[in-house]
Design a protein around this ligand. Structure first.
Ligand SMILES: Cc1ncc(COP(=O)(O)O)c(C=O)c1O
Length: 453
């Protein structure tokens, strides 16, 4: 066990030296942001952090201080900040041709779509590129409605699917949802999270009951036929909640029996992050009809995609559907370079190896830190749920915020989420090393020890 009085933990060495920062002061940026930017832009940390440079799994503030980024995957970066090969390919494209729309042929979009198809089970091989996860989910729902001729959609409680009006309707997480009547025809079934489910029983029994709840919702709240069932394989914003392995087969069976297409929102779980598989849905032995992707797909580029079967995609060709930046050459070049970097750098295998090391470390830590109620997730998509009492599971939200602040002071940037704001979310760039993992565990251990003293 570590104590607060030991020398501070040391970040693993890094050869990259950040450029001297010469821009406006952090205070000036903060003041200007308050004055001129929307107050809806939230900042993390009581004393907001300014980040001016990145290198692979590390970020640098304006003083040159280095941090281990354990939340980048949420923000978008999969392969590493400013990954040299990805940067080179995107800049080369930027120098050659920044923009044309898809009214002209360009090789980058076809190369990327073709390569993406090789990553999916057979049949899922036609892609429409857009700019954000919200865009992708909107389009997936539109396609499902056109294909099935039905309107109603089943999503899950505690899920997050984006901030556009219809994606907000799919989202049920109260913090992110505005009362703007965007939910017509959208119904939320019970979340299969084994830790906080209102259902009792083993995780498998909870999975069965949660899948049965989909049928209840369809029977009682819809005309009896649905257009789609949409879910994240592992809920991200909702606090890395992960159902029992049997859940999705049961859920998909119910949805299909009532005419619905199954949509996997892989915005957070895709591209090898969960370690054992390239896609989150593969951890559950199912094949969706439509897959939506964003964030990690572009390693920072505003890039998202919807992949589906040809006959579903065909429905959107009945009228003109157009997206100005969707499929632009720079995003396409960057997306293709990301797919290649994930393979060439062995990032899926790395997510598995490093993720397992962190998970094992967290499980050991759980034995001696009473605040840790649950540890879960797969690969480099992990969650630590903090509770004040393991029996009542009272959410330790203030303690979670304190842990995030303490970790920052020691050089680690963490994420936070869950319905009650009491889950630490770990989603680093997939190039994180074992030495980084040990540093992260040391920081968490010391911080929790100090908090529990
Ligand atoms: C699972 C999931 N789906 C969709 C979205 C929306 O993506 P975007 O913010 O790019 O619109 C997010 C964003 O956090 C997400 O986590």
């Amino acid at each position: 066990m570590t104590t607060d009085t030991q020398a501070p933990p040391q970040l693993p060495p890094c050869a990259h030296k950040p450029k001297p920062y010469t821009g406006p002061s952090r205070e000036q940026v903060l003041a200007d942001r308050k004055r001129f930017c929307s107050p809806a832009l939230l900042t993390y940390y009581a004393d907001p952090l300014m980040i001016v440079e990145g290198h692979m799994q590390y970020l640098f503030d304006e003083t040159g201080r280095r941090y281990l980024d354990c939340f980048a995957g949420i923000v978008t970066v999969s392969a590493g900040h400013c990954h040299p090969r990805i940067l080179e390919r995107a800049s080369e494209q930027l120098r050659t041709l920044q923009h044309t729309t898809t009214i002209y042929l360009h090789p980058a979009i076809t190369e990327f779509a073709k390569k993406l198809a090789t990553k999916f089970p057979p049949g899922l091989d036609v892609t429409y590129f857009v700019n954000s996860g919200s865009d992708a989910n909107d389009l997936a729902i539109t396609m499902a409605r056109l294909f099935t001729g039905n309107h109603d959609v089943i999503a899950l409680r505690n899920g997050y699917h984006g901030g556009s009006p219809s994606a907000m309707g799919l989202t049920s997480h109260h913090t992110w949802k505005f009362p703007t009547h965007v939910s017509a025809g959208i119904h939320h079934a019970m979340n299969p999270d084994p830790y906080r489910s209102p259902f009792s029983g083993t995780p498998e029994e909870i999975a069965t009951k949660a899948a049965a709840d989909i049928e209840e919702v369809i029977k009682f709240s819809t005309p009896g036929r649905i257009a789609a069932y949409i879910a994240e394989p592992i809920q991200g914003v909702g606090g890395t909640t992960m159902p029992h392995a049997s859940y999705f087969a049961k859920a998909y069976e119910v949805a299909r029996r009532y005419g619905g297409l199954c949509i996997a929102d892989e915005v957070q779980t895709g591209f090898g992050r969960t370690g054992d598989h390239y896609w989150g849905f593969q951890n559950f032995g199912v094949v969706p009809d439509i897959v939506t992707m964003a964030k990690g797909i572009g390693n920072g580029a505003p890039l998202a995609a919807v992949t589906t079967r040809a006959e579903i995609a065909q429905k959107l060709a009945q009228r003109i559907h157009f997206n100005t930046f969707g499929g632009n050459p720079v995003s396409m070049a960057q997306g293709l370079a990301v797919l290649e970097a994930i393979d060439e750098d062995g990032l899926q295998e790395n997510s598995k190896r490093v993720g397992n090391r962190i998970l094992a470390g967290l499980r050991k830590m759980q034995e001696r830190h009473r605040l840790i109620g649950d540890v879960r997730g797969k690969g480099l998509m992990l969650g630590i749920e903090l509770v004040r009492d393991r029996g009542t599971k009272e959410p330790a939200n203030k303690e979670t915020a304190e842990l995030v602040e303490r970790a920052r002071a020691l050089g680690v940037l963490l994420g936070k989420g869950g319905l009650y704001g009491n889950v630490i979310r770990l989603k680093p760039p997939m190039c994180m090393t074992e030495a980084d993992a040990d540093f992260l565990l040391d920081v968490l251990d010391r911080s929790l020890t100090a908090m529990e003293a």
